[in-house]
Design a protein around this ligand. Sequence first.
Ligand SMILES: NC(=O)C1=CN([C@@H]2O[C@H](COP(=O)(O)OP(=O)(O)OC[C@H]3O[C@@H](n4cnc5c(N)ncnc54)[C@H](OP(=O)(O)O)[C@@H]3O)[C@@H](O)[C@H]2O)C=CC1
Ligand SMILES: C[C@H]1O[C@H](OP(=O)(O)OP(=O)(O)OC[C@H]2O[C@@H](n3cnc4c(=O)[nH]c(N)nc43)[C@H](O)[C@@H]2O)[C@@H](O)[C@@H](O)C1=O
Length: 369
Amino acid sequence: MIDKSSKIYIAGHRGLVGSAILKNLKNKGYSNFALRTHGELDLTNQTAVADFFNQEKPEYVILAAAKVGGIVANNTYRADFIYENMMIQNNIIHQSYLNNVKKLVFLGSTCIYPKEAHQPMREDELLTSPLEYTNEPYAIAKIAGIKMCESYNIQYGTNFLSIMPTNLYGPNDNFDLEKSHVLPAMIRKIHLGKSLQDGNWDTIRQDLNLRPIEKVAGNAPKEEILAVLNKYGISFKSENNSVQVELWGTGTPLREFLWSEDMADATVHIMETVNFSDLKNVINSKEVRNTHINIGTGKEISIKELAFLIKDKVGYSGELWFNTEKPDGTLRKLTDVSKLNSLGWKHQIEIEDGISLMYDWYKTYKLNN
Ligand SMILES: NC(=O)C1=CN([C@@H]2O[C@H](COP(=O)(O)OP(=O)(O)OC[C@H]3O[C@@H](n4cnc5c(N)ncnc54)[C@H](OP(=O)(O)O)[C@@H]3O)[C@@H](O)[C@H]2O)C=CC1
Ligand SMILES: C[C@H]1O[C@H](OP(=O)(O)OP(=O)(O)OC[C@H]2O[C@@H](n3cnc4c(=O)[nH]c(N)nc43)[C@H](O)[C@@H]2O)[C@@H](O)[C@@H](O)C1=O
């Protein structure tokens, strides 16, 4: 058991997952946190990270800070994804070793697995064949993080754990229409489509003004708003008097979605119950080379099905159009969660309920704040 007064550093505590982890730890009675925003501590800065660890001496570290984004962001900002992620994790993992951190939990991603991995993907699928190209730089950084934790454990006897989450969504998600992941992007686009269908210009102005894809003034004329919406694939078709929302790819890829608060609970469960040292007796065996743990639901849904679930939830009756010039990415990446389940953890929130929670959160906290 971990002493509830232990000092815990959550890197990325204001992000989607980090904020859920902080909430989960507080709910479980933990109270001693070392926290820094990105503005206060740039984790790519080696000296600043070393100073922080020397000053704060955290006992436990959860590494949930990363350069994160959806398929197009990963494919476009390839250099930033590999550089920033490698810098962040190198700095934190190495300083955790130098400062005798008792346990570190590193968050990777299921995109570490090969494009053609056997499904569902077991942990030992790692490095068995080539990766999906759209997110290869990000995936290679994450694989380096796993191998770094594993290598420090073997050489220095550290207790660094790696967990590989599936696609996540939840409060504090990123709703940027170009850079975000599919689920928040679809919620926002389809909500904008419904607002356009209903002629609810105030809601549209509010949405575009609060988190601008382009700044739209509160009194912007309808033509200006339509031009902005059109640029992001939300358009009014005068020929049949209907609204159309553009989505990406063919809609056929399958994805697995986990609610971020479930993810946080799994992270804390693993931090509290799993130790790399349990595996000391099998050093250099196959088992020690695949000590990372998949985090997911073990259930998948097609992008098209997801779109229709969101469409129903939002009450949008216009058209959805799949733009096949946009990338599909990997066609399937279902996690095998037997290792996770054997550790005594299972997800709670199913996708249908999660969409409702997400849409409520979007309307309450994004549109009204
Ligand atoms: N979201 C998902 O679907 C998935 C996420 N993951 C992994 O889970 C982890 C958490 O992701 P998620 O919560 O979604 O990401 P978010 O983008 O929501 O949060 C990441 C956090 O890291 C911070 N951060 C980024 N760069 C730096 C930096 N140079 N210095 C300091 N802080 C920085 C961000 O601060 P700021 O915003 O101020 O830059 C933000 O608080 C990541 O490791 C990610 O790879 C894995 C699989 C799926
Ligand atoms: C978490 C995970 O996230 C990324 O991988 P991804 O799963 O491919 O990402 P995604 O959520 O952006 O897309 C999922 C699917 O959805 C389709 N899609 C439809 N319409 C929209 C849309 O409007 N926006 C987005 N983003 N996608 C859309 C899209 O074409 C694709 O087929 C990597 O960062 C990867 O490294 C990683 O770890």
